[in-house]
Design a binder for this molecule. Structure first.
Ligand code: NAD
Length: 342
């Protein structure tokens, strides 16, 4: 193949992914499944790795998310909101997983640190990322991720989400705290919302993630208030030095003690052992349909903050964490898909 034809193939993939990103992040109306998107994304990543001289600096593999909607005031993130690199584990016909990509991640971490660290494993919530800023214990600002640098100011809407405290539950709040987490709609609330939409002649949402994104990015906060959104925190982006914690697990404990919802601990694991971590992932893949909320994988993070800092970041994602994605859930049959739209 000539450079020209490879470049053409890459440009077509870029064009396609840009359209998918617009539909997913800006319009909340994806036209393809996540698995289909991930396949095109990986294909482009592979071509870029094989032909680095042909890589476009504007490639979607180098950027995060989509543009912030102009209807909202924009917020510039003091600490960029990044994405995560993905690992996939194909399953064979006997149900045996191939965890080669996870082993490669562990190997990269080992060579970066010189040893195998402890990991913290938690669900990869299938919602949308949110930044919450508290000053002197009071919720001051809430913003979406947007393109990672600039997001949408959704403070008024977020103030209607009941599980997000307006004040931190402590007599000694930090001067500044920025928490990152995921806004979700629970499956039962999603079903009830779609029934209501059908009764009122409104449009049905494709899945809880789209319902959460559409509900959070409403111009009228009264609409958001009726939509039963939830939130789970998964990291601290800014906090006064005096409150600094040694590990990710301790950071989550601190946030929970201040009244901020954190990932349910029966869905989390701390371990040094990649075989145990991969077994936990397999168990969570089985448990997934019974959970009250959608998850699309597990996130594996180096637990010690000092070790996270040593590993640092590469372009759009941290080196100290990986999203271990679950295989695609079965696509709905045509009959089910038609049912949803009626
Ligand atoms: P991502 O969803 O693969 O991973 C990063 C995000 O995971 C973070 O921004 C955060 O919001 C979230 N997250 C959930 N739980 C977390 C946890 N415990 N710790 C840390 N982060 C956590 O990356 P992305 O860049 O947001 O989106 C890419 C993915 O979105 C694709 O892989 C695809 O699945 C989907 N997508 C689909 C379409 C489509 O058309 N169907 C289009 C664009 C993106």
């Amino acid at each position: 193949m000539t450079d020209e034809s490879i470049q053409q193939q890459m440009d077509e993939l870029i064009h396609l992914l840009e359209r998918y990103n617009r539909e997913y992040y800006e319009l909340d109306e994806p036209s393809v499944s996540d698995a289909e998107y991930d396949q095109a994304f990986r294909h482009l990543q592979q071509l870029e790795a094989q032909h680095p001289h042909l890589m476009r600096p504007v490639s979607p593999t180098q950027r995060v998310g989509g543009k912030a909607l102009s209807q909202f005031d924009s917020v510039v993130h003091q600490v960029p909101m990044l994405s995560l690199n993905n690992a996939f584990s194909p399953v064979n016909v006997d149900g045996v997983y191939d965890h080669a990509e996870m082993l490669a991640f562990a190997e990269r971490v080992r060579s970066g640190l010189g040893h195998d660290p402890e990991y913290f494993i938690e669900p990869k919530f299938d919602g949308l990322a949110l930044s919450l800023v508290y000053e002197n214990g009071v919720l001051l600002q809430a913003a979406t991720r947007g393109d990672g640098t600039e997001g949408e100011n959704v403070t008024n809407n977020v103030k209607t989400i009941r599980c997000i405290p307006l004040h931190l539950n402590t007599p000694n709040p930090p001067a500044r705290l920025e928490v990152r987490g995921e806004v979700l709609m629970f499956k039962a609330d999603f079903d009830a919302l779609n029934e209501r939409q059908a009764a009122e002649g409104g449009k049905a949402f494709a899945n809880p993630r789209n319902a959460a994104a559409g509900s959070l990015r409403q111009l009228d906060a009264k609409v958001t208030a009726k939509r039963s959104l939830r939130f789970f925190a998964y990291s601290i982006a800014q906090l006064d030095e005096t409150y600094a914690q040694a590990t990710h697990g301790l950071e989550l404990d601190l946030l929970a003690s201040w009244g901020i919802p954190t990932p349910p601990r029966d869905c989390c694991l701390q371990s040094h052992d990649m075989a145990e971590i991969n077994r936990f992932y397999e168990q969570m893949a089985i448990k997934r349909p019974e959970l009250p909320f959608d998850i699309d994988g597990m996130v594996i993070k180096v637990n010690a903050i000092a070790e996270q800092n040593i590993l640092g970041f590469v372009s759009r994602a941290p080196r100290f964490a990986i999203a271990h994605k679950f295989p695609a859930e079965e696509a709905p049959t045509l009959v089910e898909a038609i049912d949803v739209q009626i």
